[in-house]
Design a protein around this ligand. Structure first.
Ligand SMILES: Nc1ncnc2c1ncn2[C@@H]1O[C@H](COP(=O)(O)OP(=O)(O)OP(=O)(O)O)[C@@H](O)[C@H]1O
Length: 231
């Protein structure tokens, strides 16, 4: 399980996270909902080690991650799908997937078949440059690349952003498959309420750097969620 306890995060004098505590259980999809600029990406940066926290503790499966570099966290099983995908535009799809080999031992350096079962388009485009793919295909590639690292928890930053509805469905299906087939934990941040409600087991709502609401997805107060999602 991933545990974030009382985390503060600053950019210079500006505080982006204020005493944030969340948990993401193994075998569950945990969604943090919030509108633009409330601190969702900052929370994921704290979890993945892209930005240091100024207070609080982050631990995964009982081990404290504070102070560990992002590549060490990847070795601990934290897979990250960043906002905007951040695939390598001049590398091929195959090379983008192979960039996930970095934290792996030699015997694990291959691309698992279930990536192509989930996203067949990647198989048919292995030789194409990442930059030539559509936004939805790039999102699938970014998820595939994170899967190559054999994560125990997959952390996704707004996977539906700028993606057409049919691919959003494929991505939802893939996330569910990963939870059910591998028992990994999934932590995703989103602004898209319906996607989150359909997919998540547990939901947190974030506003101005704080968690303001939490509960099981089926008991989510939709009106309350919408109130926090509208500016
Ligand atoms: N590198 C940075 N330097 C200074 N301020 C930052 C930096 N990154 C984010 N912020 C500020 O921190 C706050 C939280 O930003 P964050 O990106 O975490 O929000 P978000 O909920 O993920 O929004 P979005 O959906 O737009 O990414 C915002 O006020 C933002 O302007």
């Amino acid at each position: 399980m991933l545990t974030v306890e009382n985390v503060n995060l600053h950019y210079g004098a500006a505080q982006a996270l204020r005493g944030v505590s969340i948990k993401a259980d193994m075998g569950k999809i945990t969604c943090v909902l919030g509108r633009n600029g409330v601190g969702k990406s900052s929370l994921l940066r704290a979890v993945t080690g892209q930005h240091p926290v100024s207070a609080g503790t982050i631990s995964f499966q009982g081990e404290t991650l504070n102070g560990l570099a992002p590549y060490h966290r990847a070795r601990h099983g934290i897979g990250y799908v960043p906002q905007g995908r951040e695939i390598f535009p001049l590398l091929t799809v195959q090379e983008n997937l192979e960039s996930g080999y970095a934290p792996l031992e030699r015997k694990d350096k291959f691309i698992p078949d279930d990536i192509f079962a989930l996203f067949p388009v990647l198989k048919s485009m292995l030789g194409r440059r990442g930059g030539d793919l559509s936004g939805g295909q790039q999102q699938q590639l970014a998820i595939g690349r994170a899967m190559v690292t054999r994560p125990k928890i997959l952390v996704l930053d707004e996977p539906t952003e700028g993606i057409q509805p049919s691919i959003i469905k494929d991505i939802g299906r893939a996330i569910r498959y990963l939870r059910d087939s591998t028992g990994m934990a999934i932590l995703l941040v989103e602004q898209y309420l319906d996607f989150c409600r359909e997919l998540a087991d547990h939901v947190y709502i974030m506003d101005r750097g704080e968690i303001v609401h939490e509960g099981a997805a089926e008991t989510l107060d939709t009106a309350e969620a919408r109130r926090h999602l509208t500016v």
